[in-house]
Ligand binder design. Sequence first.
Ligand SMILES: Cc1ncc(COP(=O)(O)O)c(C=O)c1O
Length: 365
Amino acid sequence: MEQFVRSEIAAMAGYIPGEQPQDGEYIKLNTNENPYPASDAIRAAVDAVLSRGLQKYPDAMGWAFRRQAGKVLGVPPEWILCGNGSDDILTILTRTFVGPNELLRLPTPSYILYRSLAELQGAAAEEVAFTSDWRLPPAFYAPRTAAPHADRPVKLAFLPNPNSPTGTFVPVAEMAELVERMPCPLVIDEAYADFVESPAHTATATNCIGLVKHSEKVIVSRTLSKSYALAGLRFGFCVAQPHVIEQLIKVKDSYNCDALSIAIATAAIGDQAWLVENRRKILATRQKLTDGMRRLGFQVIDSQANFTWNTHPTTSAKTLYEQLKARKILVRYMKYAGFGEGLRISVGTDAQIERLLDEMSKLVA
Ligand SMILES: Cc1ncc(COP(=O)(O)O)c(C=O)c1O
């Protein structure tokens, strides 16, 4: 069979998602899920779909969601495309813009999936390291690419903001300047944008949706997996100018979102009071996690997301990950070339974080 498999597929390792044990035995702090149940509004949405039945295909464009999200975000519905999780949106974007032998640009360390998406296209990924203060260096917006990819056309760039695994955030004013300089479309992956806090007593923007209105080169990607507590649903979307959305529609699966997920996502994004209260709890616990880990001697980067990046000066992150796992606590061990290794820990409930800190205190004592 191998002779029939495309050489790019045979050569690639494939993206490995975080562990998802299904037995409920673990305190799960490894894949940035929300520890609280989603808005109660989703129950009525499920009932309504089931009473209509599932024998018909869903609305291929998810208009109910586009209208509701458009109201919440202040954009016309035609500027929104729904996806089967934001991973689906990132896949559609890569397939739309990046062809074989072309180049996808991304910062490092960042979301590991991006590289796999480039490889699937037979394209190359150019990784540009963040500066030491978590900004983008000129190489990120350079029109020409450096060795070993010199002269390959850069067709698309991904930038998670806040970034994963660091939780760092490039301010919106800087993003506006970056967009002007980019030689290609820029996907701002705002999977964690709902957890950003504007500096005290300011009304500074905490996301880049406003930039889409000024530039056709900006595409903002969002997910309901994190801030709406719906990782099990699989629903994401992007916001871009309507002529860009028109191109993406050609690439997506005809029915990439099912009737239940469209209805649930519409109800969830419609309940902004739930979002505000959930965000308040997550941000309070994030501070407790950060302070607690620092007290135990870890270096913790200030996070604007629902996780923190933790390194210890003497104890190996891999060992800590394994010891925590043996105690039924899952965190994410990660290692990046040129950046090093550490633990990415999702913000759980207060009780989960207290238990984590308690176990951790025995391991690094
Ligand atoms: C930066 C980033 N983008 C996108 C995703 C994917 O989210 P979804 O569940 O919507 O596919 C993740 C998931 O962890 C992520 O960290």
